[in-house]
Design a protein around this ligand. Sequence first.
Ligand code: NAP
Ligand code: HSE
Length: 369
Amino acid sequence: MVPPGYHSPMAGQPLRVAVLGAGTVGREVVRALSTGWGQPDLELSGVAVRDLAKAEAAGMPSSRLTDAPAHLIADEADVVVELMGGEEPARTLIAAALGAGLPVVTANKYVLARHGAELERIARESGAALRYEASVMGGTPILRLLAEDLVGARAHAFEGIVNGTTNYILSEMAASGASYEAALAAAQNAGYAEADPTSDVEGGDAADKLVILARLAFGAWLDRGSVVNRSDHGKPGITGVVAEDLAAAADEGLAIRLLARARRGEERGPIGAAVRATAVDARSGFAGTVGVRNRIEIVTDRLGTITIEGPGAGGAATAAAVLADLAAIQGRRGSTWAHLPPASSATSVAPEPASWFEGPSGARYPVER
Ligand code: NAP
Ligand code: HSE
């Protein structure tokens, strides 16, 4: 019998991989699949984009390109890799593939944070695997850590830097005096930012990742709309952070980082969670996490605190997680949540910080020491 989550190709045939999207991440995945990344039983069957000429100019194999993703899925796929981003048509294509029993690998935190519960239900019903390691921390394997390696320990809380673009901006502004605009432009050029960087700088991307982490850490899909991403001054994400605040924080032995924090609530109660520009001890691991790197600390019962740090964005780093998920599908390991019970649902309530740091701009940042 074929195990759940594994779509069986014709006997003796390689698994046909359809890649939707050939941008920063998709390009790297296509290159790996085209140059024999080391998994001989996977074959690139097609690459869906909007602009065929642009993809060809970027070196994508012209014989494999199509602008019809739904047909590619229906006719030439044993596995679907969704790297288009955005809500639609990504959500519909993922749902259709799962509903048809095809395993899906995606990096799309936007879709997962809003439609994760529905996609999990479809995947459980059809038996198709849904894997999404690349959706949080780029290539750094946080989701597998939570969903597999830590199943013997109960996670009480986690906090972390989960957005590479904003961490790059904050640490560049503090270290080199780069302007906000110059640091954002450099992060965009390096391929770290989303197609619309508003979701990075306003904390929406970090809030999406918080929802995905909470599903695996606490067993509940959080209502995305309830996750607060504003600091006390009312400006979202890092949009209210100015150079004068960073300098004043440094004078007091603090650094500013965009932190996503969540704490398990009572059974069926709300989860305490928020994404905020936060003042951290300048000697802490969070302050020492600079550039595009991400860092998450998970507080557990049996293991105490576990920390994971690594690259959080970028084409090559993120492709590493996509390829690891493809190998997991080939190895018949099921969905990212395979070792966990079905999820419940929960809302989020922003916790009140114990103390605040007030910058010269008048903005107040919660203090975490
Ligand atoms: P990107 O550079 O903007 O590339 C998107 C690709 O998808 C392009 O090839 C685009 O084709 C194609 N596409 C978009 N809409 C399409 C449609 N309706 N039909 C067919 N093709 C379509 O994006 P990316 O940075 O690679 O990100 C891809 C996904 O990975 C997103 O979900 C993102 O959040 C996630 N992610 C990115 C990173 C990162 O560091 N970049 C890290 C982790 C996760 P055209 O160019 O022809 O429009
Ligand atoms: N735009 C995202 C970031 C990409 O900067 O973290 C990785 O998810």
